[in-house]
Write a protein that binds this ligand. Sequence first.
Ligand SMILES: NC(=O)c1ccc[n+]([C@@H]2O[C@H](COP(=O)([O-])OP(=O)(O)OC[C@H]3O[C@@H](n4cnc5c(N)ncnc54)[C@H](O)[C@@H]3O)[C@@H](O)[C@H]2O)c1
Ligand SMILES: *[C@@H]1O[C@H](CO)[C@@H](O)[C@H](O)[C@H]1NC(C)=O
Ligand SMILES: *[C@@H]1O[C@H](CO)[C@@H](O)[C@H](O)[C@H]1NC(C)=O
Length: 311
Amino acid sequence: MAQSVLEQLTDLVKVLALVIYYWLVAIVKSVLPASIQGKDVSKETVLITGAGSGIGRLMAERFAKLGCRLVLWDVNETGNDETASLCRSSGVTVKTYTINLCSREDVYRVAAKVKEDVGQVDILVNNAGIVTGKKFLDCPDNMVQKTMEVNVMAHFWTVKAFLPEMIKRNHGHVVNIASSAGLIGVNGLADYCASKFAAVGFDESLRFELQSMGRTGIHTTVVCPFFISTGMFEGAKTRFPLILPVLKPDYVADKIVDAVLCNQTMLCLPRILYVFFALKGIIPAEPGFHLSAYFGAHNLMDEFKGRQKQE
Ligand SMILES: NC(=O)c1ccc[n+]([C@@H]2O[C@H](COP(=O)([O-])OP(=O)(O)OC[C@H]3O[C@@H](n4cnc5c(N)ncnc54)[C@H](O)[C@@H]3O)[C@@H](O)[C@H]2O)c1
Ligand SMILES: *[C@@H]1O[C@H](CO)[C@@H](O)[C@H](O)[C@H]1NC(C)=O
Ligand SMILES: *[C@@H]1O[C@H](CO)[C@@H](O)[C@H](O)[C@H]1NC(C)=O
């Protein structure tokens, strides 16, 4: 009996030591710039979904500058080709694939083609996303479905297609572009929030699976930004731009690529979102409602126009 108490104590001391050690490592990593600690990705193949526009295009350009071979997926062939030529100016190999991520069969078919054409993917970036931007009862059923298909189901299928090889080589990185709407619900974004909460949960669970399998050479990064001025959320507004600014696409792309290079597991932009997310866990519902109303969280989508009406 005495020994088992001793064993329990040893376990406790061990875990406390691990927690303190990795906490210190995390603090050091959070202050060192990516240029010092970042991993070398110059020989890696990077697949980006939704590369034909916005953040997807900007990330592609950055990975091209880092010397990566690129695989670009988008439903919009014109946009995707434009991104490809921007990347080729860095002298790297770029392959484009026109694909509708709503179709699981398409994802598997094109994934097989990619493996034939370029071999293994080292960094998979699930970035493509869409938004309905209406009160839930006004969301057409087909848009609710499409939102789930593009914003999260497609992540399932790309991961099923590319993770097994990463596991074999104990090498790789899965990046899921979610949203601050994947951490905190938003009035007028119910289907979008549902899809992004799902993407956040998927990323976290997948990371735990990989870690407990001992596949420490494979990393996941989930990205949760507030609004970005790419056009996707045109018209959405923020009450206190000094506290919650609409983000610049270039800034967001820089931060994401840095997070990948540093194996950062979660990236929230702007940083104050970490505070809001923590507060959400401890403030009761009613005061929480009034506080988020004060910060304009319930009116973010009131004047939303999005992409469609731009044209
Ligand atoms: N813009 C924002 O305010 C904001 C904020 C938080 C998170 N995000 C997320 O960041 C990601 C990128 O957003 P963005 O602002 O660059 O958007 P964007 O609209 O500029 O780009 C999205 C790209 O995805 C492609 N795409 C859409 N549906 C597709 C499908 N079915 N199959 C293949 N490709 C498809 C589009 O053609 C487009 O090129 C999205 O996941 C979005 O939800 C955006
Ligand atoms: C496709 O991309 C082109 C080039 O960026 C853009 O002009 C066009 O509006 C996009 N089409 C759709 C349907 O989004
Ligand atoms: C990121 O992970 C890779 C593979 O596990 C490792 O080689 C690299 O040193 C890590 N870099 C950082 C900054 O954590």
